[in-house]
Design a binder for this molecule. Structure first.
Ligand code: WT7
Length: 571
């Protein structure tokens, strides 16, 4: 088999020799990089901010924040002070103590980052919510986790069903002229009064830090719990994979509502004391290129959908900007098409480095490194300290070129520690010592891993993970919908789009208006990104005898594929 290769480019990278490091590396050695190694006092937010503010980087720029209305810059000292103030607000106005679940539900802004880090400084567990979530999605997550506090904006407040959440004590609103009454607290007013000194809560490395809700193929979204110990891997992968160095200007385009936006939008860069760029607002090619030019971004971490949209916007725009500061580009979230890598090479003169990981894994696990030849279409090789393999359904390792379950030997530092209060669900990820990802893949003879697809029905649309069950449940709440089955349909830009097959209740006639109404219903009830772009009405949907909708058959219909074994289908 002839494989396309893009050779490594010479440079002084943090990871110099992959094979050698892989053979000798031990996670224990990374522990020495943290202040707790000497002091015994652990807190991920302290390591990300205070340690630099107190250790010679006080005046270094920690954050460049940009959106349509705000252009702000914060040094590590200022970040320390503002995160301390936010911690004091949470402690004094909302009684937040170690282990409490504090949710943040707001668009990107400096305040969002102050709150996340301030809450972590109290030992609270932070649940970030994507701003597009509607009431139902917000309720599910706050209810499941028993949230005590939510921090939100006046615009999003109406989507927080405060009255239905008996455990929710305090609602902190980040806005202008917020009226404090009942459970409502005015964040800005309290920040202005708060001390910029804080008694940090020292935690155990195994104490909870982040609770990211994510979707599977069945059931409601599940709470993936990470712990402070994840910092070890987030720090080290930011060195090897992002290749971050002291003078880098780093930009991760992901929202902290998703794990990339926390692990690598907050912790990777700041644990390394690197200047971090955060851009709010909607995607627009001009704004993006402008950001790179103006802030002289050197390392850029984004996603295939974004690169495909930039590619679609044309190469002429690129010529209007000076993007020569860029030295390293990375991608995650979905398969990165070789064509996109070729395009990137042409327009930026750089390779785009694909890497693989998941919400559950907390940090990168498989990657293409700058010091390594890359094979477009492959996710790369496991990071040092991690063993990846392809296993069968019994957990037996398969030889190269055989397709199977992509699995990781459990025990890497940033691995999730719990599915929130659901031990069975947690256990279901493992076969013996293997964490089984739900992705199918194969490994080639040289140890590169190649993604093949999801084993389950999970949909990846524009890099966002959507569980078909959640969408189906919402669809059947609509009065016209009797049954619904939801699949991911391949799409050249978005990777997949959501397509719903719907059987209508008696008395309803199929029409374009009804499709639009149903689409809106999901949009407003769940989230815009979870609404089906395509709807097809059918008299009946394929079901098993036990009544389960057979998504595999729907997919086969859609793609004109053989439907496979139909023995369990009702007639
Ligand atoms: C799923 C995890 C943490 C990354 C953001 C998504 C898919 C992730 C790749 C890649 C092909 C990828 C997998 C995985 N995925 N990276 N490089 N190539 N597919 O995190 O929402 O937890 O989704 O994203 O299917 O299981 P997530």
């Amino acid at each position: 088999m002839k494989v396309e290769t893009l050779s490594a480019v010479k440079g002084d990278y943090n990871l110099k020799n992959y094979e050698e490091t892989y053979a000798t590396f031990d996670w224990k050695d990374v522990e020495k990089e943290f202040s707790w190694y000497e002091t015994g006092r652990v807190n991920i937010a302290y390591e990300a901010i205070d340690r630099h503010a107190l250790g010679g980087k006080a005046d270094k720029i920690a954050l460049y924040y940009r959106d349509a209305d705000r252009q702000e810059t914060y040094t590590f000292r200022q970040m320390m002070e503002f995160t301390n103030k936010a911690g004091n607000v949470l402690r004094n106005a909302a009684n937040v103590v170690k282990g409490d679940r504090v949710f943040v539900f707001m668009p990107r802004s400096p305040e969002l980052y102050f709150v996340v880090l301030g809450a972590l400084k109290l030992g609270a567990i932070v649940g970030p919510l994507f701003e597009a979530f509607m009431e139902g999605a917000v309720r599910d997550r706050l209810e499941d986790s028993g949230a005590k506090v939510i921090v939100t904006t006046p615009q999003l407040l109406e989507r927080v069903p405060v009255k239905e959440l008996p455990l929710l004590e305090t609602v902190i609103v980040v806005g202008d002229n917020v009226k404090e009454e009942g459970q409502i607290i005015d964040f800005k007013k309290r920040m202005a009064e708060a001390s910029s000194e804080l008694d940090i809560e020292w935690v155990d490395r195994e104490d909870g830090s982040l609770l990211h809700y994510t979707s599977g193929s069945t059931g409601k979204p599940k709470g993936v719990l990470h712990v402070h110990n994840a910092m070890i891997q987030q720090y080290q992968t930011a060195k090897w994979v992002l290749d971050l160095k002291d003078d880098d200007i780093y930009w991760c385009t992901a929202d902290p509502g998703w794990v990339t936006g926390t692990s690598y939008g907050i912790f990777g860069p700041w644990l390394n004391g690197v200047t971090n760029v955060i851009v709010g607002g909607r995607f627009k090619p001009e704004t993006w290129y402008q950001t790179i030019q103006d802030l002289k971004v050197t390392v850029w971490y984004s996603a295939p959908t974004a690169f495909r949209m930039l590619m679609g916007a044309g190469d002429e725009i690129i010529k209007k900007y000076d993007l020569s500061s860029l030295r390293h580009i990375l991608s995650v979230g979905e398969p990165l098409n070789p064509e996109v890598i070729r395009w990137g090479h042409k327009v930026f003169g750089l390779r785009i480095h694909d890497n693989w990981w998941m919400t559950e894994t907390g940090a990168q696990l498989i990657s293409n490194y700058p010091c390594m030849d890359i094979r477009p279409g492959s996710m790369g090789k496991p990071i040092p300290g991690v063993k990846a393999a392809i296993v069968d359904d019994q957990g037996n390792e398969l030889p190269p070129l055989r397709m199977g379950n992509l699995a990781i030997k459990k025990g890497w530092p940033s691995m999730m520690r719990q599915i929130w209060r659901n031990p069975e669900k947690y256990e279901s990820y493992f076969i013996g010592d293997w964490y089984v990802s739900g992705d199918s893949a194969y490994m080639d003879e040289d140890g590169y891993f190649w993604f093949q697809g999801r084993v389950d029905d999970v949909i990846m649309t524009s890099g966002e993970r959507v569980g078909p069950f959640e969408v189906e449940s919402k669809l059947v709440e609509h009065p016209a919908v009797a049954e619904a089955g939801v699949i991911g349909k391949p799409d050249p830009v978005r990777g997949e789009i959501i397509k719903a097959f719907i059987a209508l209740r008696a008395g309803y006639q199929p029409s374009e208006e009804l499709k639009e109404e149903i689409r809106q219903f999901v949009k407003t009830g769940l989230a815009a990104h979870a609404a089906p772009r395509e709807i097809e009405f059918r008299d009946k949907l394929p079901k098993t005898r036990s009544g389960k909708i057979m998504r595999r058959v729907l997919k086969a219909w859609e793609l004109d594929l053989p439907t496979g074994d139909l023995s369990t289908m009702e007639d």
